[in-house]
Design a protein around this ligand. Structure first.
Ligand code: CMC
Length: 431
């Protein structure tokens, strides 16, 4: 949106500069500082990009004060209740909900691409068995550009499309292979008669020695987990994908960069860290000790699964995730799961505490997801890979949107230099 009817004035050293005000379709207005350096010879300073819009995007909108998340305008609660992950993938990629024929065609295209190049099996075998599955995924997804040479040309819209479908389809296979490799079991090929989520569960949990039947409750819950993580506008990993892609790097390399960024505990790694924290707390009587530790700045400890850069009211994904946790554990007959009890009590106590209230810290999407994944039988090390396969569609949609822009530029932030000014080299004999 570039409605420049309004403008802001910046006065520096007695000279005025006009900053056009851009009007978005929703959310705060945006000051356009693109010409500021050329005209005023100054940079803006915003570490962590807390006040900086780095791109235009029509994919996802978050209102952090209202606790609202919209994909192409549709609220996440409605999508989670009524849609499916593959339908959401279509919506994110192409902008509109598909009709029945479009969804069937898209599902068939994704399903056709679920297998990975057979040579990749050898590639996996080069990793240590005890490697974290995220480490394996960064490597294997990056290596896709060595296997799929016919979809590397980012200037060809058809190749971009093929690469996109390949990644949505193959990431679950790769994550499941990383898991199977880590537990010393044979890889399980995808089964195209199963749903997207059902196929992933089958690739993770079936073994050649016996039949595995996908539990429909877990299949639905997995599909919902995928939907709740599918996209989240310009978060750290998505911005990483955009930055990598802005140089013209191939799409597989860009998504590998996104996976690497997602791994950190402040981002996608929080789901693993959160369940580990809940288990460490163990019993509700130990909660006050951990609350005190989280409030103590010298402890270096944070309540994992709490807080968000954008949500300052509640994270709507966490609300759906909590309901899902109750549903799944209830249906599995393990509603008295001690970790769920600790999580609920921790949430209750934290939400009454002035520290968390004043800093607007609420449970985020990662607070309850680990409890569901644990109940499904996943080890904690698989939580972040599951986030990665879910977010793949978001990364790709954002990457495609960026590549298609006519005025796309390489991302190149500037800096506030605080190092030594120019000085002369001193020969080592004289130092
Ligand atoms: N526990 C205790 N204190 C916290 C927490 C927490 N989880 N999160 C933020 N704070 C405090 C922080 O110490 C700071 O206090 P002060 O103003 O006194 O210095 C204040 O709240 C603001 O924190 P911040 O680090 O400046 O906020 P941010 O927007 O840069 O960070 C965050 C957001 C998500 C990284 C952070 O809340 C956090 O580290 N949470 C724990 C990790 C987590 O759950 N991450 C998953 C995020 S949602 C899924 C995803 O995006 O991947």
């Amino acid at each position: 949106m570039t409605d420049v009817a309004r403008s802001a004035k910046l006065t520096l050293d007695g000279k005025d500069y006009t900053l056009p005000v851009l009007t978005p379709s929703a959310g705060p207005e945006v000051l356009d500082i693109r010409k500021l350096y050329a005209e005023a010879d100054v940079f803006t300073f915003d570490p962590g990009f807390t006040s900086t819009a780095a791109c235009e995007s029509a994919i996802t909108f978050i209102d952090g004060d209202l606790g609202e998340l919209l994909h192409r305008g549709y609220p996440i609660e409605q999508l989670a209740a009524e849609s499916t992950h593959l339908e959401l993938c279509y919506l994110l990629l192409y902008g509109e909900l598909p009709n029945a024929a479009q969804l069937a065609d898209f599902t068939a295209r994704v399903t056709k691409h679920t297998m990975v190049h057979e040579q990749m099996h050898n590639f996996f075998r080069g990793f240590r068995r005890d490697a974290h599955p995220m480490a394996t995924m960064v490597g294997v997804v990056g290596a896709m550009s060595a296997f799929y040479h016919d979809s590397l040309d980012i200037n060809d819209p058809w190749q971009r499309e093929v690469a996109s479908i390949r990644m949505i389809a193959k990431l679950p296979t790769i994550a499941a292979m990383a898991y199977k490799y880590s537990v010393g079991q044979p890889f399980v090929y995808p089964k195209n008669s199963l749903s997207f989520a059902g196929n992933f569960l089958n690739m993770c949990f079936s073994v050649p020695a016996e039949d595995y039947v996908v539990n429909p409750v877990l299949e639905k819950a997995m599909d919902r987990i995928m939907m709740l993580h599918a996209d989240h506008e310009q978060n750290a990993s998505t911005s990483t994908v955009r930055l990598a892609g802005s140089s013209g790097a191939n799409p597989f390399a860009c998504i590998a960069a996104g996976i690497a960024c997602l791994w950190g505990p402040a981002h996608g790694g929080a789901n693993q860290a959160c369940l580990e924290m809940l288990r460490e707390i163990g019993t509700v009587d130990r909660i006050p000790e951990y609350i005190a530790k989280a409030k103590d700045k010298t402890s270096g400890f944070r309540l994992m699964g709490f807080g968000h850069r954008v949500y300052k009211n509640f994270d709507p994904r966490a609300t759906v995730m909590k309901e899902s946790a109750d549903e799944v554990l209830g249906l599995l007959g393990i509603e008295n799961n001690p970790t769920l009890q600790v999580a609920k009590e921790l949430e209750r106590i934290a939400l009454q505490d002035d520290y968390f209230i004043s800093k607007k810290l609420y449970p985020n999407v990662d607070f309850y997801s680990g409890i569901i994944l644990d109940a499904m039988g996943f080890p904690t090390s698989m939580f972040t890979p599951i986030f990665a396969i879910s977010r793949t569609v978001g990364w790709i949609s954002q990457w495609k949107e960026m590549i298609a822009e006519s005025n796309q530029k390489i991302g190149r932030p500037r800096q506030l230099y605080v190092g030594s000014p120019k000085r002369d080299y001193v020969n080592i004999r004289n130092r």
